[in-house]
Write a protein that binds this ligand. Structure first.
Ligand SMILES: [Ca+2]
Ligand SMILES: [Ca+2]
Length: 299
């Protein structure tokens, strides 16, 4: 069941890098910082053969420059774009919340305009043995954009931070293509690939109070958690997006009330009004159980 394709909602388009009050980011800086990621020369920078985008024919591939990490890895770094991979972006965010080095250690900057991501693959080692074998996926800085500079798919909250684009591209390559990765999936599969540990999935309706304890226990152990809303959860009624995977960032008990903190991978869009529309919000556990049908636990 862990490999079932579930969350395939897409995020809104990224704000244009050339509009608004934000400082435009040059795609080809004359002298990138030593720690920065230098795009390959245009002649060498082509998308790998067969590496197709969902917006085939419309998306423009363009070199992106910046730094792999800005202030390390954190849960709010990655914003989902117009690819149906909420399960993957929320998987990244959930893992970043509890074990950021699991992400930073998996990505190596080759300092030649490419990065290599280590994923673990479940493979047969012998007649009766199986294990997690590392497999390495190298991607370049060429990313699908909407206009030659604005990332079409996952991107950084900070436009200079590139790990969300790199990790999503590597995940897409590992999964087969952007088209394949964008058909939905399970965060458990993403975590297994990044950590080598298998996880589990639970149907919330069938669980009693044990579910909150499992949330507490899993997060306290530094293992990621995510959850998907049901079909009935509607943006129109409660600010939640239906059939959308959210990262579970933390749980706590306050004045006897059990609370769950969640994050929309869009980086905005949330029920209630906590004063900051950043996609991060808190629900009473009973509301969480009502609106979220499945919970994913990383191993
Ligand atoms: Ca960061
Ligand atoms: Ca918020």
């Amino acid at each position: 069941m862990a490999s079932a394709r579930i969350g395939s909602t897409v995020g809104p388009a990224a704000p244009s890098r050339t509009e608004g009050p934000t400082t435009p980011v040059a795609t080809t800086p004359a002298s990138p910082a030593p720690s920065g990621w230098t795009p390959k020369p245009a002649a060498a920078a082509i998308a790998e053969p067969g590496f197709r985008t969902v917006d085939e024919g419309r998306a423009k591939w363009a070199a992106t420059s910046g730094q792999l990490f800005v202030d390390g890895v954190s849960a709010d770094d990655a914003l989902q774009g117009s690819l149906g991979d909420c399960y993957a972006v929320s998987g990244f965010a959930a893992l970043a919340a509890v074990d950021p080095t699991a992400i930073s250690d998996a990505i190596t900057d080759n300092h030649d305009g490419t990065c290599t991501v280590r994923f673990y693959k479940d493979s047969f080692l012998g007649l009766l043995t199986r294990g997690q074998q590392p497999t390495y996926v190298t991607v370049d800085t060429q990313m699908p954009t909407t206009d030659g500079s604005t990332p079409a798919y996952a991107h950084g909250r900070d436009p200079k931070e590139l790990w969300p684009l790199v990790l999503e591209k590597a995940w897409a390559k590992f999964d087969g293509s952007y088209q394949s990765a964008g058909k939905g999936g399970s965060p458990v599969t993403v975590w297994q690939a990044l950590t080598g540990r298998s996880g589990s999935m639970t149907l919330n309706a069938t669980r009693g109070t044990g579910l909150f304890e499992q949330l507490q226990r899993t997060l306290a152990a530094g293992r990621p958690v995510a959850a998907t809303t049901t079909l009935a959860s509607s943006k129109a009624t409660n600010g939640l997006v239906s059939q959308h995977v959210y990262a579970v960032l933390s749980v706590r008990e306050e004045h006897g009330q059990q609370l769950v903190q969640l994050r929309n991978p869009w980086g905005h869009g949330e029920p209630g009004a906590d004063g900051r529309n950043d996609g991060v919000f808190t629900l009473p556990f009973a509301e969480f159980k009502k609106h979220y049908g499945l919970t994913f636990f990383g191993g």
